[in-house]
Design a protein. Sequence first.
Length: 302
Amino acid sequence: MLKIWVAILALLNVVLLSACNSGVKQVELESNLVELLSRAERDQVYIEEGDFVMGDFGAVQSGQWLPYFPPTAEIDEAHAVELSGFSLSAYETTWKDYDTYSLIHDKPIVIRSGGEEYPREAYLQNLEHDHDLRKPARVTWQEAKDYCLWLGDKTGIAFDLPTSAQWEFAARNRGSKDWIYPTHDGKATPNGARRGGEGCIFWTGVCSVGTNLPPNPLGLYDMAGNEEEWVEDWYSETYYRESNGVKNPTGPLEGTKKEVRSLEVGSLSFSFSRRAMPAVLSNGSVALAGFRCAVQSPESIH
């Protein structure tokens, strides 16, 4: 905690300048910064080391082993993975925290839609809007990466994006084969259940962070749905077949698309489900997704 207060004091001059430029009151920005940095550490859930079968681990049905989702069984081939301990945020990053980060760095506060950007107010409070300060922030992969690394720089803690293996291990309650879906109980949840949280928007299914479904047994919220989430890895259709037995895999060394998790809540969104996301979509829009930060340290930070 001492490191966090040192970081806060070092940032106060930057906060003052940013507040003046944005119209946000200095005291509000300072308060939000203090809250962000202290909560970033507090919300980290330590996940003990372990090994598991990553990918479509399937099940024996009528005496025969079958994958849960045959159309992607080859791409999501089951393979053994060993992980060191790590920590993962209990919550997706909110617009409130990302707006604070943007203001400090004098980044524009915008809505992105159809390849265009439109100004909006910071710390929007409107539960009917996807950019409400309690909703999950949707940013590019690089922006998510930069945010987590910024937390690390300011706190002295090894913040970064989680790897795909870490995300799946956590979503499956430390790799349990009982967690076919990344929900609180490992069972499929109908898409309509996404409308039950605070401020859920009917058309997008986006709710206030941490309000839709109960946490999984590790204490992680929204691993199933709300927003898709960036992970560290490049996406590859062959990597799973090439990485059996790897310890702490980080994905392919290079690629053209990044990987996203937490695809949706529903019967086809398995705990191993993933998809590729290019930097720019076919309509010219930048690719956006939610994210949560991890701490890449084998020891608990608490």
